[in-house]
Design a binder for this molecule. Sequence first.
Ligand SMILES: [Zn+2]
Length: 186
Amino acid sequence: MSFTWTAHRFSGGALALDVANSVVLRFDAERRIDRFDDPAAVDTFAEAANLYGAERNRFGTLVPTKSERRNAFIGLREATDRHFRALVRTENRPDLLADLLEAIASVLRQPAGSGKGTPLDVATAHSALRLIAGPARERLKICPNCAWLFLDRSRNRSRTWCDMAVCGNRTKARRHYRRSREEPKP
Ligand SMILES: [Zn+2]
């Protein structure tokens, strides 16, 4: 069965973060899934981002990245993830910012297409630039359940999970299961 992008997959709050989050459980070698391993899923991501992404319409209608640009796009994704993850951890890594700026430049340097819409890689580069320079990055967090990057837009910045309905509930259910096994029944 082919994979379907759902609204949950766009919990990052910015296109560049949703792209970075196409890798689930990034640091769990056994359970890690890269949704972009399937080129068809990279294409359908653009369509779904037009529907569910927090930045939908900001960069125009997204169209798939050209297949010959796919490697540069994945390079941008990885550089995005590394830089912003280091930022959340308050690591001083100017090299990772430099890597990301180079990846952005390499995507933006491509000749403009003649077709309608904005290629996904170009829009992702602009989204990453907004995050680098804008105030939203102060709201950046890492979900303790799935390790996704997300922007906490809540007023008092109290969000823990990328998506309460998915990651929050899963963790609560696990805790409840553990408690109900550990505590003696009355
Ligand atoms: Zn999560």
